[in-house]
Design a protein around this ligand. Sequence first.
Ligand SMILES: Nc1ncnc2c1ncn2[C@@H]1O[C@H](COP(=O)(O)OP(=O)(O)OP(=O)(O)O)[C@@H](O)[C@H]1O
Length: 242
Amino acid sequence: MKTTIQVSGLSKSYGALHVIKNLDLTVSKGEVYGLLGANGAGKSTAIECMLGTKKADGGSISILGMSPQKDRRNLFQQVGVQFQEANYPDKIRVSELCEETACLYNCPADYTKLLKQFGLQEKEKNFVSELSGGQKQRLFIVLALIPDPQVVFLDELTTGLDTKARRSVWKSLQELKDRGLTIFLTSHFMDEVEELCDRIGILKDGAFAFCGTTAEAVALSPGNTLEEAYLWFTGEEADGDE
Ligand SMILES: Nc1ncnc2c1ncn2[C@@H]1O[C@H](COP(=O)(O)OP(=O)(O)OP(=O)(O)O)[C@@H](O)[C@H]1O
């Protein structure tokens, strides 16, 4: 199967803190890959290094056969990104922000369709500042899909979304996956991971404690559910204080 994302020997430290240590991963076209790990495990750092928005200390990264550093302009015509905290001006309307985003791409998707797909069609004329947390989160997914990308990075995909909205986001992503979209996501919700991800990597102390399918994670752990397996691989299962 065609490789969409190839990461070899990725390392990143903040001073003395070694957040990512010699990480290797491969994601094939049309695959949904989930990068998992506790708060502070280094998921966002890994994504930012992969996208070239943070400088890695070592390793090589190829997305769609291009380097995020050297082929930035070409590559980002075909890559969508939803960050955990997005910085957009508040006094801008939803439609204006979508329009501005669409202007950056050669062949953007129809954002009115995307707003409808993500249940935001009635908010098109509202200021972004008037959206609820969950509505903003859905808008950020829409913005990530406006490039009509071949691969999309979704950091904490459905954090803050209600149950119905989460399920609707899952359905939309399944449809995009069926059309060949490659999805790289992070999530703290194991039901979501089980529903969406073909393969996962669980980060612990800067390296993978597990790589494989969710079924393999459960089979290799003493638990019966993905949540139990995740806690076992991250060594968090004994912590009862959260
Ligand atoms: N700019 C920075 N300077 C110093 N330390 C940083 C910086 N950015 C992140 N860190 C530290 O690196 C570690 C990994 O952070 P990161 O945001 O990548 O984790 P994460 O897995 O995405 O966490 P979460 O699930 O909470 O979003 C944390 O200990 C964090 O405090």
